[in-house]
Structures are given as structure tokens and as C-alpha cells.
Design a protein around this ligand. Sequence first.
Ligand code: GTP
Ligand code: MG
Length: 297
Amino acid sequence: MTESKFRSGFVAIIGRPNVGKSTLLNHIVGQKIAITSPKPQTTRNRILGIQNLDHAQVLYVDTPGIHEARSPLNRYMVDQARAACLDVDVVLWLVEADRPVDTDPMIPRLLEKGDRPVLLVINKIDTIPRDRLLPMIDAYSKICPFASIIPISALKGDGVDRLMDAIPALLPEGPRYYPEDQLTDVPERFIVAEMIREQILMRTRDEVPYGVAVLVERFQDNPAKNMVGISAVVNVERDSQKGILVGKGGIMIRQIGQSARKEIERMLGVKVHLELFVRVQKNWTMSGRMMKEFGYE
Ligand SMILES: Nc1nc2c(ncn2[C@@H]2O[C@H](COP(=O)(O)OP(=O)(O)OP(=O)(O)O)[C@@H](O)[C@H]2O)c(=O)[nH]1
Ligand SMILES: [Mg+2]
């Protein structure tokens, strides 16, 4: 009898903004660790999602969407995604089924640089009729030599098991890097800040969601009361954005706080008291120093 060896390694999830990378990561780990939204450029950092199996530990890396970056913040985001492609064992390139075939050479050029299998994942198949899939698979197979092409719906879960089953065999032999009960490497504070930003993404438009950085300044556990007290600062770039976020008589920021609090309570499993402050940090997305302060380093 041959003994099967334990395998482990990194799998980068890359693609254009809004294709469903973070939705897929959450589905794989079975918990919400990355925020998602219908707006592009939701994710700004690399986020690790750990899948623990009997015979393998798969470390999925969610990344910001790859796009033409102009501002320093956008360049930071795209750099995160590029770096993730280089030092991993497998790359998943996510594309959308309900969009024309992506013929832009930007991503294929990036993929040429490393030597590891690339799987093309066609997401959002729940939005198209079945007969559109085959011609799409055919067109993509001409773009890159993919190890395989797997259609899924990250939202509904269709095809995701097939995708996950294909991964361990592509990983090298290796140890369990993280304890079995750990799902991510990002601290709770980070997810809390992201959950606040998610509510802002959902409720604001134009340039407002892109000028927001949330920083948790206090995270106070009160086990006696089975409760956590959190204070966070919502930094914006301009006075006008502050006006929008606070809203008439403070209504907007109250709604953001209420919805974010419910999400945070669900994650932490305790009551949460959440305080939000809106502060103007003029043009912070253009300043390396301030970006660093907000965690985009
Ligand atoms: N119908 C459908 N919608 C999906 C699917 N997967 C993701 N979405 C939606 O697509 C939108 C974008 O999803 P995200 O997971 O935030 O996309 P992302 O690739 O992480 O986006 P960025 O972080 O901006 O790069 C959200 O509104 C999701 O609900 C899917 O399989 N089917
Ligand atoms: Mg994302």
C-alpha cells in the first residue's frame, strides 16, 4: 500500500475587479472573511483563506482586482495582486461568464512570468444559458495554456467542489503551516474595519467609496458583559465626502453603524457596541505616508 503524503501550498485567486474573487474565497472557507460588493475595487489587500483537509492544507490568497492603476492607492492594490501571482503554487484566474471573453493581454502577460499551473475559472455561470459556455471555454483555451478550465458559480456554489477537489494534487508535499482551526491570517480588527467599509460601499456612490479608509482605534473585550466595545474612524479625502457620510442629522453614519454592527456581531458571536467617527484626511489616497498609516503599505 502506498502512503499518500500531506500536501500544502498557496493558491492565488486573481482577475479583473468585480469578477467574484472574494465571494469565492468566502465560499471556500465557509465564512465571511473578505468583504464583497457589486462595485469594482472592493478588495484592497491580500487576504488569506485557509482550507483544512485530512490530506492537505490549501492556502487561498484573495487579491485586489487587476486594473489600470493611476493613484498610489490603486497602484498599491494592483501590486498586491501581481506579487501574489509570483510566489504561489497555483493560480486561479477568475473571469465572468456574463462578459465578453477577456482578450486584454494584461493578465496573460502577468501569468507568463511564473512557472506554475494556471486554472481558468469561469464564474457567474448562474447568469448565462448553458449553451453559451462551450464557445467561451473554446475561446479562452486559445489565450493561455491552462491546466484546466472550470465553470463555477461562487455565489450559488455550483462547480466549487470540483474546483477545490482539483487543487491538492497540484500542490507540493509540505506541512500544515497553520493550526487546523485557523481560517485566515488577517486579524479580527482588520475584518471589523472591512465590514464597516463594506456598508459604506453599499450605501454611497461616485468617488465616495473609493476615498474611504477605516481604522479601528479601540477594540475592547468585556467578557463579564459578554460584549465588545469598538471605536473606528472613517477617514475620507474631502469635506464634501464627510458631509455625505454623516448625512442629514447624522442619519447616514447611524445606518452604516447599525448594519456594520450586525455583521460584526454575527462574526464575533457577542454583542457589540460600535462607535464611528468621520475624519477628513485631505487627499490621503495620494500620500504614501497616510496610506501606510491606514494599512496600505
Ligand atoms: N450572479 C452571481 N454573482 C456573483 C457571483 N460571484 C460573485 N457575484 C457578485 O459579483 C459582485 C462582485 O463580487 P466580489 O466577490 O466582491 O468580486 P471581487 O472579484 O472580489 O471584486 P474586487 O474585490 O473589486 O476585485 C458581488 O455583487 C457578488 O455578489 C456568482 O457566481 N453569480
Ligand atoms: Mg474582492
